[in-house]
Write a protein that binds this ligand. Structure first.
Ligand code: AP5
Ligand code: MG
Length: 216
């Protein structure tokens, strides 16, 4: 079974993907984490995408689709949770072609919606582990401040978690969300989760949706 996570920046897609990994064994395929890894490593590709990400704009659809395709090949046969892709209709169409090649299909599109107010507050407090990508926040603090529980390395704050960049990312999301949601609604696989709620409540909602799915 494969899941696509939809929703604005800061709504909890990464947090939910990590929950799905822990509780159900899904593999997280996060385009944002993969792009940040390239940027941190200073590869030619990373150098190309870093300023785009810092500004809050989207990386080109073709480049992101290529990353997804190569990771689908790497994760062949696993249950996947796609976090951050597709995020517009062009990517959804490219994804259809990639899925045909890799004989993969999406069974569930989980729309995790949150208000602008919620995401601005959460993103200002977010910290992440550079090694395992675990996400921490105001309600999910590490045991030792500023240090990853699992890896023991210092956490970092994302360059795009600055107030004006958050606003830009939110606006870009609003532009592309409607057609994408309609697309998955039309396929009959769209389910909604209220991302404004506590972490416990969101995880419960996600588990309830998964409980309704066949083949899990
Ligand atoms: P990406 O990394 O995908 O960022 P995003 O979509 O903006 O989403 P975020 O990662 O900011 O938020 P999230 O929903 O994962 O929330 P999280 O779980 O961290 O993309 C970054 C950039 O990469 C893009 O701007 C673009 O440049 C590029 N890119 C990536 N994919 C691309 C694509 N497909 N096409 C083109 N470009 C692409 O949670 C947020 C915080 O809230 C955390 O601190 C967490 O602890 C906390 N939290 C989570 N849930 C709750 C809760 N229920 N209650 C309280 N706190 C909570
Ligand atoms: Mg994320």
């Amino acid at each position: 079974m494969n899941i696509v996570l939809l929703g604005p920046p800061g709504t909890g897609k990464g947090t939910i993907a990590q929950f799905l990994h822990r509780e159900y064994g899904f593999e997280q395929l996060s385009t944002g984490d993969l792009l940040r890894k390239e940027a941190a490593a200073g590869t030619p590709f990373g150098k190309q995408v870093e300023p785009i990400m810092k500004s809050g704009a989207l990386v080109s659809n073709e480049l992101v689709a290529e990353i997804v395709a190569s990771n689908l090949a790497r994760l062949k046969g696993k249950s996947l949770v796609l976090d951050g892709f597709p995020r517009n209709m062009e990517q959804a169409e490219l994804f259809e072609k990639i899925m045909r090649v890799h004989q993969v299909k999406i069974d569930l599109a989980l729309n995790v919606d949150s208000s602008r107010e919620t995401v601005v507050r959460r993103l200002s407090a977010r910290r992440q582990c550079p090694k395992c990508n675990k996400v921490y926040g105001e309600n999910i603090p590490p045991r030792k401040p500023g240090v990853c529980d699992a890896c023991g390395v210092p956490l970092f704050q994302r360059a795009d978690d600055q107030p004006e960049v958050i606003e830009k990312r939110f606006s870009i999301y609003l532009e592309s969300a409607k057609p994408l949601l309609a697309y998955y609604q039309g396929q009959g696989i769209l389910k909604n989760v209220d991302g404004n709620q506590s972490v416990e409540s969101v995880f419960q909602q996600v588990s309830a949706v998964l409980g309704q799915q066949k083949g899990l």
